[in-house]
Design a protein around this ligand. Structure first.
Ligand code: SF4
Length: 424
């Protein structure tokens, strides 16, 4: 029977009072198209408790639409959640941190292989802190928004150097760490520590702004209203499942343009659905203006190695390795810009050998057009471990921290067989 109800098998947290006793919660279920709805109904064990329960104003749990919707949401999640790798490590704050940071602005399907590689190489905060930042960037290579990898690395170092045993287990402590924002801290507290702490990402904002038909009074007020809705609908227990369930609902059912309200466990309390126009919520966000930039880069090969340099300027691809690259100036031919970039890094003039296919790539607010050219050098450039130019073996490129567009250029010029997989 317990398995039929899905209790204590794979889903809701085992409850301290389970199996049911005279003091525990009574459960009934209603079959749905997918999954079941649980209706928790408090039963009292004495006349005084019954009197106390009756004296409270408002409907009982079984009659309260919000409580019914909460139970339906948890049951829906238990029946429909995707078997994502980070969901086997819910209680590990470090793994929650990694998955939540990777999932920012990135699709789940893209994140999965990166997450698996990351936790295999850096299974703990200590392992991450002990590694070079360049190794973290290399594992992140192709996932984009590389500042996230740098911030994770700096958080790991900050905790280890402070002698802490791990991530703080309280909201204030998490927020005090560099680069951990309200969402990430809330997600760690709710998922890893099962605390009643709102974890409001874009998916959750969409779901709850529709449930409450929140008109957009500005991002700060919308966020406050969504957090209030999160707390209002939250169950008393099973907080980690609730937090994940809302995120999952936004990712799979309450989509931005075509919410599937027929399948939605929150349909009974959703004001936007009742109003007939769910996609009107939340109000569209004004997109930041994208900036088109045109860059050129120089590929130089010597034997089985490629000339690379480390990007030291803040901004695009900071800290990563790349071929000498620069922005193409007005009235400048792209190959001249590539030659200029090569001269700046090596102090040498190269001979243009060939133009390589142009690569286009969007990153943050930039739309980058990258014109690559292959050059030969009449003399080897001065390289040293500390200098701007270094030779990297082609066989090592796969594990080098290269930006995605440069990886594509190298894959095109050298071939995947030359050791440049993970092309995005
Ligand atoms: S009922 Fe529809 S609009 Fe409302 S939360 Fe569910 S899927 Fe979204």
């Amino acid at each position: 029977m317990l398995r039929l109800l899905g209790i204590g098998v794979r889903g809701l947290e085992p409850r301290a009072s389970w199996p049911p006793s005279r003091h525990s919660t009574k459960l009934s279920y209603t079959p749905l198209a997918r999954g079941i709805i649980l209706h928790p109904m408090a039963i009292s064990t004495s006349a005084s408790k019954a009197k106390h329960a009756q004296s409270r104003s408002g409907p009982t749990k079984s009659e309260c639409p919000t409580r019914t919707a909460t139970a339906a949401l948890l049951a829906w999640f238990r029946a429909n959640r995707r078997p994502l790798p980070w969901r086997t490590a819910w209680r590990d704050p470090y793994r929650v941190l990694i998955s939540e940071v990777m999932l920012q602005q990135t699709q789940v399907a893209t994140v999965v292989p990166y997450y698996l590689r990351w936790v295999e190489r850096f299974p703990t905060l200590e392992a991450l802190a002990a590694a070079d930042e360049s190794e973290a960037l290399a594992l992140w290579s192709g996932l984009g928004y590389y500042g996230r990898a740098r911030r994770l690395h700096s958080v790991a170092r900050a905790i280890v150097s402070a002698g802490l045993p791990g991530l703080p287990a309280d909201l204030a402590g998490l927020r005090a760490l560099p680069s951990i924002g309200a969402y990430t801290a809330g997600a760690i507290m709710a998922i890893a520590h099962n605390q009643r702490t709102p974890a409001v990402d874009g998916n959750v904002t969409r779901v709850l702004s529709r449930v409450d038909a929140l008109s957009d009074a500005g991002p700060a007020e919308l966020n406050r209203s969504v957090e209030a809705a999160w707390l209002r609908i939250a169950p008393r227990r099973a907080m980690r499942h609730y937090a994940e369930a809302l995120m999952e609902l936004g990712a799979t059912v309450c989509s931005p343009t075509a919410p599937d309200c027929v399948l939605c466990p929150l349909a009974g309390i959703c004001l936007a659905k009742a109003g007939g126009d769910p996609t009107a919520y939340p109000a569209p966000v004004k997109r930041s203006v994208t900036t088109a930039v045109v860059h050129a880069c120089a590929l130089v090969r010597q034997d089985d190695a490629v000339l690379l340099t480390r990007q030291t300027q803040p901004g695009l691809w900071h800290g990563m390795l790349e071929m000498p690259r620069t922005e193409v100036q007005d009235d400048e031919a792209p190959q001249d810009a590539a030659a200029r970039a090569l001269l700046a890094v090596t102090g040498l003039h190269g001979h243009l050998a060939r133009a390589l296919p142009t690569v286009r790539h969007s990153v943050t607010r930039f739309r980058v057009t990258l014109h690559p050219f292959e050059f030969s050098l009449t003399e080897p450039p001065p390289v040293s471990a500390s200098g701007p130019a270094l030779w990297v073996q082609v066989s090592s490129l796969a594990s080098a921290p290269l930006p995605a567009p440069q990886r594509r250029v190298l894959a095109s010029a050298l071939g995947v067989a030359a050791g440049v997989p993970h092309v995005c």
